[in-house]
Unconditional design. Sequence first.
Length: 235
Amino acid sequence: MTLQGKVALVTGGSRGIGRAIAEVLTAAGAKVAICHADDDAETVPVALSVRADVSSEADVISLFDRIEAELGTPEIVVNNAGILHEAPLAETTLADFDRVIAVNLRGGFLVAREAARRMESGRILNIASDLGLLGRENMAAYSASKGGIIALTRSMARELAPKILVNAIAPGPIDTDMTSPGAMSPEALAKDLDTPLARFGRPEEVAALATFLAGPQAGFITGQCYGVNGGSVMT
Ligand code: NAD
């Protein structure tokens, strides 16, 4: 129980990677709050579950107010909520681009800013993507949002040290609702499986690293971005 009694927030914690992170943090003893954007969110066994849109400044402030009132000030904040957008550049509308940036990048900024305003000490962990470094055809907006999160991570790590340590995880293809490998075209599947391990990862495999980075053994690590991606080399 390495995180006994610590208050944690996991955005996008109702499904997929966020849910797996919420579950391992809970198992490590943390009091976990999640937020999500689902109309009919599954019940997740955490201390607090709130519907809140991370792209909304008002929602993010109310979310932190509620967590502070019900659980205490968070010491671990995981910026995980995100959406995917896939379309050729020429067919990507301004509204598409703005929405992906609003959720994935502005959302990460709003949550981290609120954390920085309230936390005395602790950890911020940003779930980026290997596409934020590698890029991919038909995913310019999504890749740009994730590249932005990695830059945000490095800047915040410098500014918030030594009180708050800030790191990013850049997953490769993980089997969740976002990717739905069962519904993919053979071409798309082949692209995702083109790694040394040639398989999709499981949300738990990302969550394992998240718990380590949130815990006491990661006290000398900040400003880093780690791949959990089946072996793609990110440069
Ligand atoms: P998912 O679609 O299974 O779950 C997304 C979660 O985010 C849900 O809880 C949803 O309610 C929440 N969410 C969406 N929009 C939101 C908003 N505006 N405000 C608050 N919550 C919102 O996705 P996932 O695959 O678990 O992905 C989680 C994170 O990991 C995302 O940031 C995603 O970009 C990143 N990621 C995923 C993969 C992958 O292969 N699955 C790879 C790299 C990075």
